[in-house]
Design a protein around this ligand. Structure first.
Ligand SMILES: Cc1ncc(C[n+]2csc(CCOP(=O)(O)OP(=O)(O)O)c2C)c(N)n1
Ligand SMILES: [Mg+2]
Length: 342
């Protein structure tokens, strides 16, 4: 299958922001936006029963980073993982079925939003345990080192996760061993319902990474072209054997923490202000003004993605639940765990 990098059009030059590459970014970000809007609709219609953490407003981070990854490169994600998973190349239909708890979902409908994985595109998993993916990603990068292969790992996590122990453990290990891993700290300003600045001592995520000997880069995460450019540089340095890099990406979560959170802890005026800066609108303006792409072309792109998402929604709604007899399949590895433990 074509990698995210191939689909982004390597001919344009990674990070170059050519017209074709920008149009691809537009398509990819809309695909994530419409998928998540559909997921929220599914929750309101009581078809999606688990928690949904939308990444609406943060799409440029997933798309700009994954555009620089090969299919065989590895991604580890968070509880807010739909965007990362789709940007790495996962398909709408099994994603939607998973959210609906249906047969044919990526985890046969048993995982839901926070446990989606698709090994065929290098997506090792979302993760509901904040920060836990950082040590798993570091382990994956160490495995790559031991196998002497060429893949790299990209690990997305939030600003809140930098206050957890696995952040220190993972970054320290990656730095000591010079592992091929891109840490992507997606700073949306909040950890659940609390402003992260109220929870975090010191000078922020990048200062912590630098204290562990890791080179950091800071980027406006609502500008997909900038994210692409900076990620391209970081990925090239990692592939050249430079060891881990740390991307600090500033963005904003436009929805509540979950789809059920009305976000009463912040003023609507703040959200309205940040809406002016949201990544899809920004790229749309660039495409119209700088690339000479017409409204009609953008409308057609939006229409076709909406159609694909609506089709995935209808498919998931109508698909069967897995049979009760499958309840214990895939829950635990085969064998006797007590025997294996001793
Ligand atoms: C170990 C652990 N502690 C607490 C929680 C509850 N929780 C879920 S998301 C979240 C906030 C995470 O903030 P951040 O890492 O910034 O990610 P964001 O939600 O902003 O994407 C918390 C505290 C959890 N899931 N896991
Ligand atoms: Mg956050």
């Amino acid at each position: 299958m074509a990698s995210a990098a191939d689909r982004a059009g390597e001919g344009e030059g990674a990070g170059a922001g050519g017209g074709r590459r920008r149009l691809h970014f537009y398509r990819e970000m809309l695909r994530i936006r419409y998928f998540e809007e559909a997921a929220i609709r599914g929750m309101k219609e009581q078809l999606v029963l688990g928690a949904i953490h939308p990444s609406i407003g943060q799409e440029a981070v997933a798309v700009g980073v994954c555009a620089n990854l090969e299919n065989t490169d590895i991604v580890l994600s968070t509880h807010r993982g739909h965007g990362h998973t789709l940007a790495k190349g996962a398909q709408l239909q099994p994603m939607m079925r998973e959210l609906f708890g249906k047969e044919g979902g990526y985890c046969r409908g048993k995982g839901g939003s926070m446990h989606i994985a698709d090994f065929s595109v290098g997506m090792l998993g979302a993760n509901g345990v904040v920060g836990a993916n950082i040590v798993i990603a570091t382990g994956a990068a160490h495995a790559i080192r031991l196998r002497r292969s060429r893949e790299i790992v990209a690990c997305f996590f939030g600003d809140g996760a930098t206050n957890r122990g696995p952040f220190l453990e993972g970054l320290n290990w990656a730095s000591i061993h010079g592992l091929a891993i891109l840490f992507v700290c997606e700073n949306n300003g909040f950890a659940a319902t609390t402003r992260t600045t109220a929870l975090s001592a010191g000078e922020g995520p990048s200062a912590r990474a630098r204290s562990l000997g890791i080179e950091t880069m800071d980027v406006d995460g609502n500008d997909v072209v900038e994210v692409d450019k900076v990620a391209a540089r970081a990925v090239a340095e990692i592939r050249a054997g430079g060891g881990p890099r740390f991307l600090h990406v500033r963005t904003y979560r436009l929805t509540g923490h979950t789809a059920a959170d009305a976000a009463a802890y912040r003023a609507q005026t703040e959200v309205d202000e940040r809406l002016k800066d949201e990544p899809i609108g920004r790229l749309r303006a660039q495409l119209l003004q700088q690339e000479g792409i017409t409204e009609a072309v953008l409308e057609e792109v939006a229409r076709s993605i909406r159609e694909a998402v609506d089709a995935a929604y209808a498919d998931a709604r109508d698909a069967p639940y897995p049979p009760a007899s499958a309840a214990f399949d895939d829950v635990q590895d085969v064998g006797d765990p007590r025997q294996e433990a001793y």
